[in-house]
Write a protein of this length. Structure first.
Length: 294
């Protein structure tokens, strides 16, 4: 009997790690209203999965399922390969899934550091002598923000005095600091200008580069394609397209988002009705003043 050969001694490559988050065939009903049907979503560490769709496409319902706000009615929900059924946002947070909603849920008149630790305040002492450890919270908030590249003038200033982009970035830094593995962002650039949107996308990419899995909910294909690795398009609660970055260009993503053939058909109908004019066509002169010939 011969001993093990050199080839036998070479160990096989380890199996790839399971995605941080994997939804397969997810369905959700509200009574007789079908909100989601047969939707798949994969979120991997160090990658951004973008979910796109118009109003009513099912993006908000999908967020609620991922965040544990509403349990799914069909399909499977896996976290790091383990099938789960979440029944509360606290369960999702305990498993490393942090959701940053569009309204951010901050207290505008409270300082930045207090909002950073809201609900998770540091204390010193015990029992009746316990006090908030304000110096530690100030220092920790500043350090956590700096690690994300956010250099605020003063963490004692009310968070309501920050720009919308700065508030979004502070919320992202907070989720990263408290150990999020999956970061779900609900339309973070929806109410922002071009420059502030760019700042937020920079910090979204920074979270990805720190190894988090990011779910970016948006209706803006340009923002999605700037940072995204996967793209899920929803329409009326169903999957309208699912692509990796290598499979689709910005122009193709925009066309799918806009409806593709539906948009071309609408344009054709409007031209037939005379609503749209060909480029370069001079609009008619306005009518003259009342009582005078035009």
């Amino acid at each position: 009997m011969t001993g093990p050969t050199q080839a036998d001694a070479v160990q096989a490559d380890p199996a790839p790690a399971a995605p941080l988050l994997e939804l397969t065939g997810i369905g959700k009903n509200y009574g007789h209203v079908l909100a989601l049907r047969d939707v798949d979503l994969v979120v991997e560490a160090g990658a951004i999965s973008c979910v796109l769709g118009d109003n009513g496409a099912g993006k908000s319902t999908l967020i609620k399922v991922v965040a544990g706000l509403h349990p799914h009615d069909a399909g499977s929900y896996r976290i790091s390969g383990e099938e789960v059924r979440l029944s509360s946002p606290r369960q999702a947070l305990d498993r490393g899934i942090a959701t940053v909603y569009q309204d951010l849920a901050v207290v505008p008149l409270m300082p930045v550091w207090r909002n950073f630790f809201l609900g998770s305040e540091l204390q010193r002492g015990r029992g009746a002598t316990a006090r908030l450890d304000v110096p530690a919270m100030r220092a920790t908030a500043r350090e956590a923000l700096l690690r994300m590249g956010i250099d605020l003038r003063d963490v004692d200033q009310p968070i309501g005095t920050l720009s919308g982009g700065e508030r979004q970035c502070t919320a992202i830094a907070r989720a990263v600091h408290f150990g999020a593995k999956v970061l779900v962002l609900d339309e973070p650039t929806a109410a922002l200008g071009v420059k502030q949107s760019g700042v937020v996308l920079k910090y979204v990419a920074s979270a990805r580069d720190q190894g988090l899995g990011v779910v970016l909910i948006t209706h803006n294909p340009h923002h999605a394609h700037l940072v995204g690795d996967r793209f899920l398009l929803l329409k009326r609660g169903r999957t309208a397209g699912s692509h990796t970055r290598a499979e689709i260009t910005l122009e193709q993503l925009t066309a799918e988002m806009a409806g593709g053939s539906e948009l071309a058909e609408l344009s054709h109908e409007l031209r037939r009705a005379g609503v749209l004019r060909s480029l370069g066509e001079r609009p008619p002169d306005p009518p003259g003043p009342p009582g005078r010939p035009a």
